[in-house]
Design a protein around this ligand. Sequence first.
Ligand code: SAH
Length: 247
Amino acid sequence: MVTRSEFDLLFRQICGKYGFDLELSEDMLEKFFIISENLLGENEKFNLTAIRTLDGVILKHICDSACVANHIPAFPEGSKLLDVGSGAGFPALPLAVMRPDLSITALDATEKKVRFIEQTAKLAKIDNITCVSGRAEELAVPKSDMREAFDFVIARSVAELRMLNELCLPFLKVGGKFYAMKASRALHEAADSRNGRMTLGAVEKLDIVRLYTDEFGEDRLLMIATKKLQTSGKYPRRFANIKKSPL
Ligand code: SAH
């Protein structure tokens, strides 16, 4: 790993190159340094992510997640955000750093990844994050205390949007927002998922925001759905059904 000042320099270079306008305090940079160090160190043991260079971690994990922070409203105060399929903690960990006002839950089906997020949060002194291990479709059922309990739900690289809607929208309160982080090649998913989105209680219209352009010239997008009605107790279905016949 590099020193803290080398890290800061590299971080600022990457922000300049890709046009990230992140307002970062010393404390935030220190937290990003610890997250990066821990991810690269533990990855050799646990195979947590395919990204194995510091440049890659800064761009594709830290900045890609952190730049979403500005698009999440500041109200209601003390809002709860759920990251579905958080993996090694993305976007949950950088969002928790950028938005100490949010109470963040990171959910993943793989226990070792959830333990990693917990350990990283502790090391970096990020105290607005809680970790849950389990499957989204099992934790979002009507009797669960996680159902319709979150103001915001977010997911990156978990599934195509038709499936993701069913895994994520049941967790959302009426009036809440669901953020799908996607690359522009997935733009067709916005239209393909229209019927399912409405079946699950979200409004028809999807807001699409361009975040930045990646190193291959592809745009990174945020697809934002607002929930207007409670989700029917029929959803989510079992994972095999969600996959076999997406809504
Ligand atoms: N969001 C992270 C990880 C993406 S990999 C990132 O962008 O880096 C997809 C993750 O979703 C995996 O860690 C996998 O365990 C998790 N996952 C897939 N299906 C899930 C489900 N139904 N419930 C909970 N987690 C799930």
